[in-house]
Design a binder for this molecule. Structure first.
Ligand SMILES: NC(=O)c1ccc[n+]([C@@H]2O[C@H](COP(=O)([O-])OP(=O)(O)OC[C@H]3O[C@@H](n4cnc5c(N)ncnc54)[C@H](O)[C@@H]3O)[C@@H](O)[C@H]2O)c1
Ligand SMILES: CC1=C(/C=C/C(C)=C/C=C/C(C)=C/C=C/C=C(C)/C=C/C=C(C)/C=C/C=C(\C)C=O)C(C)(C)CCC1
Length: 513
């Protein structure tokens, strides 16, 4: 018998405020401040994911026809590694940090940075990599000592139900809770006050989230989509371009936020690139993608129809693929050559298996077009020689860049958008950092009182002494140029002030020893 999956049941609207208040109360009772408590939660979560791995694979197969390889590599194993990496490093990450770049005299107040949890936080997940992109942020939130409410995407219903089962089997229910639902349930969540909201999904809903958070001054992380360009110069290797760009669009059938949306290819190599796409497709799918176990389907009928009408309304020419099966929500990887950047396949996020090629005259044209479509996409994919790639990076902006590749995700490398593709980053150490408040703490010793009393009235006669001790001397002149021998002054003044200031600081240091 196959793997039995739980059904997705939406949380009743009436139950939502009570759930949140339980989780908030646990935070206020400091239940998640203890680092050992957090580690136990993460370790239990690890084993629950491991124990339910077959259900994860089956849920992804039912929701997206996701192949086992992708389900394990990008979802279950991804999360397991994430937990091990986090639990191994957590003691190091939570340690108070010495405050950086503090002037000698202020060092006496023992400045340090404490990594405080933010409080009771909300994670709203998406459908395309439902486990990775929902539980990934949750791992960081737990590690940082927050209590968490998790709202998986209803558009991947099997995965949402399995995620709930995993969380309920492993996590302390008074600190971590799963709320299931679609728009009304999410709106009910958003009506409450949170200490941070982490949202992954489209830009339109991202705006709704940011608006709902604003009245409470709640900080938000928005992991949004992108209209990501690939720029291919005449010096690129057509075979590498085709194999890697095809991978960027067969992974999860192109339902990947970091997939390239369109390729701007130097017209000199367009025919060779197209030829290589055909070869790569034949190699990856010898019997066609439809007959392969290694190709996902589109998440639902609405997204299938959206993609179909995008292709129907394009003026481009199909060079490879183009077949669809509505009953199976199958869309073949499809290479389309368009003749204008205005084509909707370039200007709208496709989030599907379309490989859109626009021939360009040269690199400058490609850079101008890319900046015109969206100046801050999530990803950027330059192919060319070293100088060309450097020029592309220096003349554009994006959340991240993969040179000579489709979206390459190093699991512990910070990941996030910029501008229109969102804000805030996570993964690796950043998954911890994004969930903490760096709380500066100073401690002024009592014996310093005679020196600190310079700040008290009456002020008469104190200003010049204070300025002598604390004024920084510029190491630049009025024309904005750096002055030479700055290092000599630095040594003479014990850290960059006037000689007098240096002497005063030396006196303070001597007094403290
Ligand atoms: N940057 C990233 O990491 C990343 C990852 C995956 C997807 N994405 C982007 O997400 C988009 C596709 O996802 P989607 O938005 O269709 O996903 P989705 O349908 O899964 O929705 C995302 C979440 O928003 C909630 N939601 C939907 N409408 C809402 C509303 N009106 N009010 C409140 N909540 C609402 C859903 O319940 C869900 O939990 C694409 O643009 C893609 O690029 C970004
Ligand atoms: C195998 C040996 C070695 C090493 C080989 C290496 C370095 C292989 C690298 C393989 C890679 C990069 C595989 C990547 C697979 C990624 C998959 C399937 C999907 C990931 C999807 C993600 C992260 C999706 C994210 C989506 C988002 C954010 C939005 O939608 C050696 C050389 C070390 C030794 C010999 C053997």
């Amino acid at each position: 018998m196959g793997v039995q999956l739980p059904d997705l049941q939406f949380t009743s609207l009436e139950a939502i405020p009570e759930r949140i208040s339980t989780v908030r109360k646990s935070f206020l009772e400091n239940r998640t401040r203890d680092v050992e408590f957090r580690l136990v939660q993460l370790r239990k979560l690890y084993w629950a994911i491991k124990d339910h791995e077959e259900e994860i694979v089956e849920a992804l197969a039912q929701d997206l026809n996701k192949p086992r390889f992708e389900a394990e590599v990008a979802e279950s194993s991804w999360l397991l590694n994430d937990i091990v990496f986090t639990t191994r490093n957590l003691h190091k990450w939570v340690k108070d940090e010495k405050a950086p770049d503090i002037e000698l005299s202020y060092k006496l107040m023992n400045p340090k940075i404490r990594k405080d949890p933010l409080g009771c936080v909300l994670v709203i997940g998406t459908f395309n990599f439902p486990f990775q992109l929902t539980l990934g942020p949750v791992i960081g939130a737990i590690a940082a000592g927050n209590t968490v409410v998790i709202k998986p995407s209803e558009n991947a219903p099997r995965s949402a139900a399995v995620m709930q089962k995993i969380c309920e089997a492993s996590l302390d229910p008074s600190c971590y809770s799963v709320v299931q639902g679609s728009v009304p349930e999410t709106q009910a969540l958003l009506a409450e006050r949170w200490d941070k909201i982490f949202f992954t999904g489209g830009a339109n809903v991202g705006r709704i989230i940011a608006k709902a958070a604003a009245p409470h001054l709640t900080p938000v992380v928005l992991e949004l989509g992108g209209i990501n360009p690939a720029i291919v110069t005449k010096n690129a290797d057509p075979r590498l371009v085709a194999r890697r760009m095809l991978w960027g669009k067969i992974l999860n059938a192109g339902q990947v936020c970091t997939s390239q949306n369109y390729l701007l290819v130097d017209k000199a190599i367009v025919p060779r690139v197209v030829e290589e796409f055909k070869k790569a497709y034949a190699e990856f799918y010898p019997k066609g993608a439809k007959n392969s176990p290694d190709y996902s389907h589109i998440i639902n009928e609405a997204h299938f129809q959206r993609l179909k009408s995008m292709l129907d309304s394009s003026k481009g020419k199909i060079l490879l693929g183009g077949t669809m099966d509505e009953k199976e929500l199958f869309i073949e990887p499809t290479v389309i050559q368009v003749d204008s950047i205005e084509d909707s396949l370039c200007t709208q996020e496709t989030f599907g298996p379309f490989i859109t090629i626009l021939p360009v005259e040269n690199l400058d044209e490609a850079i101008n077009l890319a900046n015109g479509v969206q100046s801050t996409p999530l990803g950027l994919y330059p192919f060319g020689n070293k100088a060309e790639v450097a020029k592309i990076i220096a003349s554009t902006r994006s959340g991240g860049v993969s040179c000579n590749d489709a979206a390459l995700h190093i699991p512990t490398l910070a990941f996030g958008g910029v501008g229109e593709s969102g804000y805030g980053a996570y993964r690796g150490r950043s998954s911890f950092d994004v969930w903490v408040h760096r709380r500066p703490i100073t401690s002024s010793p009592g014996w310093l009182e005679s020196i600190l009393s310079i700040r008290y009235p009456p002020y008469a006669g104190k200003l010049s002494t204070f300025k002598a001790a604390s004024t920084l001397v510029p190491d630049f002149d009025r024309s904005g140029q750096k002055v030479t021998l700055g290092w000599l002054r630095f040594i003479l003044t014990l850290g960059g002030g006037s000689a007098k200031a240096g002497a005063s600081r030396a006196a303070v240091v001597a007094a403290s020893e």
